[in-house]
Design a binder for this molecule. Structure first.
Ligand SMILES: Nc1ncnc2c1ncn2[C@@H]1O[C@H](COP(=O)(O)OP(=O)(O)OP(=O)(O)O)[C@@H](O)[C@H]1O
Length: 187
């Protein structure tokens, strides 16, 4: 086990994240790719639940994964925040020092808010639009009540599932006390 594995394992143990064997997922299909890794749609075999698996480039991104796990877990009971089910990993049998961790996330069936609005804007009523805005506000209010600042809020980090907002991507988020001491300007 390398240093990166140790750190994620420590967080899994301390924060009581659920760990899922990768073999429990089937029909894994690529959904999209972000700056830090790929996102797949998969079926969790035990209960046929559809999930999203988010991979990271493990060795370089280990601190970000740990940060994302810790902050995300504190807020994911809110219905407008994407649920973090746990973590899985793909072991590279040929390269013992490389392990790819993946977050096991709630699957959002309508993708990002940006693509959802592009497709559906003309069909939405004012009530629908106000409802979406209120759900975003509700998710952000919940983050702030937990002293967390998202730091990367835009329409690609907001997902839509069954017409409901699901805020996602906590990789750059900070606790408010950390943000206050950082030199970065937050908008
Ligand atoms: N939980 C999810 N359910 C359904 N689709 C998802 C989910 N998470 C991500 N996706 C899809 O995968 C794509 C890539 O997501 P990801 O979060 O890696 O990248 P990003 O937000 O575009 O960029 P970055 O992470 O670099 O800021 C998204 O644009 C979205 O279409």
């Amino acid at each position: 086990m390398n240093q990166s594995d140790d750190l994620v394992q420590k967080y899994i143990n301390e924060e009581h994240f659920k760990f899922y064997e990768y073999s429990h997922f089937k029909d894994v299909k690529l959904l999209g790719e972000g700056e830090y890794g790929k996102v797949y749609r998969a079926i969790f075999m035990n209960n046929e639940l559809i999930v999203a698996l988010k991979s990271f480039r493990s060795n370089t991104m280990i601190k970000e994964i740990a940060n994302e796990l810790k902050l995300h877990r504190r807020v994911d009971k809110h219905s407008n925040i994407i649920r973090l089910h746990g973590v899985t990993k793909i072991e590279d049998k040929l390269n013992q020092s490389s392990t790819d961790y993946m977050l096991v996330l709630e699957y959002a069936d309508s993708g990002t808010l940006r693509s959802y609005l592009r497709k559906n804007f003309k069909y939405l009523t004012w009530n629908d639009k106000i409802n979406l805005a209120l759900q975003i506000v509700s998710a952000i209010k919940h983050l702030h009540a937990e002293n967390i600042i998202h730091c990367d809020l835009h329409s690609l980090n907001i997902l839509v599932h069954q017409k409901c907002i699901k805020l996602s991507d906590f990789g750059l988020s900070k606790r408010q006390d950390e943000a206050a001491t950082s030199s970065r300007i937050l908008v």
